[in-house]
Design a protein around this ligand. Structure first.
Ligand SMILES: *Cc1c(COP(=O)(O)O)cnc(C)c1O
Length: 434
């Protein structure tokens, strides 16, 4: 399987190169050259397949010959070593819980898969050079990457996070692991962290001394494996007669784009809803055909505070840039924090279910779609555990939530982070650590 750059100026590369490069040299996102439908009877016989089998069928063609089948099976098994329950709230609505992994957000799936792919590549190259993964985080990505890459041989991870701007749990998740994971606490904002990372990739003093790669959501090894749980939810749905709609709380649109890959592979889905907070670039685009990126605004569903969603270009590519074709399968709705809190309250009171702010936005999008499509049934993705957003959840539902034992343990652990003031300090750290 080869990947081409969506900027169409860089050469095509194999899966392995796409994973190691992260982004193409012309700054374009990688996209698979072909997407081949799975056999007709695959999706109708899912009940006979385990979650590992399903993931294998969905990802195999995208990996191609770069990873042998036995290793790919092992990578999938290790990646998916937790549950993906589908919780039914009503006749029409179910929640697909993606927060049962080690850092309690769906990003565990992509991060764990990518980490194991890189580890496999490092094991099987003759050069002894380590790969250094550099990643900036506003919260969830850092924890998922730290946990996913922990103890992977031949891979070093450097995470930059903005001091004082991530939650307690998030900070502990990325500063307490040690081993091959280093946290840099940057005096500044998430944008400052991202600027340092971008700078590093074009700094020859750094790139000539180490093999750098990025672990953000545009990497194909983080993006593509996410299609698995859409198919797994389809397996778990009891009634497959009614049209099925997925609502995905979206920020960079990688998760929903992976769901649309599952559809492209033949999964029967009638519609996808990208549910967003006040960062509404995509709903506006669908209304007036103009793509106008904006500076992001802060909301209570902060993992979706994105003003220029990087993966949307992949969704457009799936439809050859034809917006009217896209609109047949895809809608996007925006909701305010006030609406999100009201939804959290309503979900709790009416269904005795606790949603986090991201899941609640997903619920709202689904509800809106079902209003005009009463014959359909829907699944919204619950992308994070409500405990990650403890303050706003407790305040909204007026109820204390119990903190799981492993989180209590985590909070007690000692944070280890290297303070960084500016690019010069960062660079000095990188060069002395190589
Ligand atoms: C990252 C994240 C999202 C957004 O996912 P995208 O793939 O960027 O659209 C939604 N919810 C949570 C909890 C997240 O961490």
């Amino acid at each position: 399987m080869n990947y081409f750059s969506l900027n169409r100026k860089a050469p095509t590369v194999s899966f392995k190169e796409a994973v190691i490069n992260g982004i193409a040299p012309d700054k374009g996102l990688y996209f698979p050259e072909t997407i081949t439908k799975l056999p007709e009877d695959f999706f109708s016989s899912l009940k006979d397949f385990s979650k590992e089998d399903i993931a294998f069928q969905l990802i195999e063609q995208f990996v191609g010959s770069d990873i042998d089948l036995v290793s790919l099976e092992r990578i999938i098994e290790e990646t998916l070593s937790f549950d993906f329950p589908l919780v039914q709230l009503s006749d029409q609505i179910s929640s697909l819980e993606l927060f049962h992994g080690p850092t309690m957000a769906f990003k565990d799936v992509g991060a764990r898969f990518m980490a194991r792919c890189l580890g496999h590549f490092a094991e099987n190259t003759n050069t002894s050079q380590e790969v250094t993964v550099l990643v900036a985080t506003s919260g969830d990505t850092g924890g998922a990457v730290a946990s996913g890459f922990l103890a992977v041989e031949g891979v070093k991870v450097v995470i930059l996070y903005p001091s004082g701007k991530v939650s307690d749990i998030q900070e502990k998740q990325l500063t307490t692991l040690g081993q091959n994971i280093t946290a840099l606490e940057v005096e500044g904002t998430f944008d400052d962290c991202q600027a340092i990372v971008k700078n590093a990739f074009v700094d020859e003093n750094i790139t000539s001394n180490m093999q750098l790669t990025s672990a953000n959501s545009i990497n194909v090894a983080r993006w593509l494996p996410q299609s698995f749980y859409f198919a797994y939810a389809y397996k778990l749905l009891e009634n497959k007669e009614k049209p099925i709609v997925f609502s995905v709380p979206s920020g960079n649109f990688g998760n929903i784009c992976a769901g649309m890959i599952a559809h492209k592979l033949g999964m029967p889905v009638s519609h996808f809803v990208a549910s967003v907070n006040s960062n509404d670039v995509i709903p506006r685009f669908l209304l007036n055909g103009k793509y106008e990126p904006k500076k992001s605004v802060a909301t209570i569903s902060n993992a979706m505070d994105v003003g220029d969603p990087s993966n949307f270009i992949r969704i457009r590519e799936l439809f050859n840039q034809d917006t009217s074709k896209l609109s047949e399968l895809f809608s996007s709705y925006s909701f305010t924090d006030t609406q999100t809190k009201a939804a959290m309250k309503h979900i709790y009171v009416d269904y005795n279910y606790i949603a986090d702010p991201h899941g609640a936005v997903g619920y709202l999008g689904l509800q809106k779609y079902l209003k005009n499509n009463v014959e359909a049934q829907g699944v919204f993705l619950e992308t994070a555990h409500p405990i990650k957003f403890l303050d706003v959840v407790e305040e909204t539902i007026q109820q204390k939530i119990t903190i799981p034992e492993d989180i209590q343990q985590l909070i007690k652990k000692k944070k280890v982070a290297i303070p960084i003031k500016n690019y010069e300090e960062f660079k000095a750290y990188m060069l002395q650590s190589k």
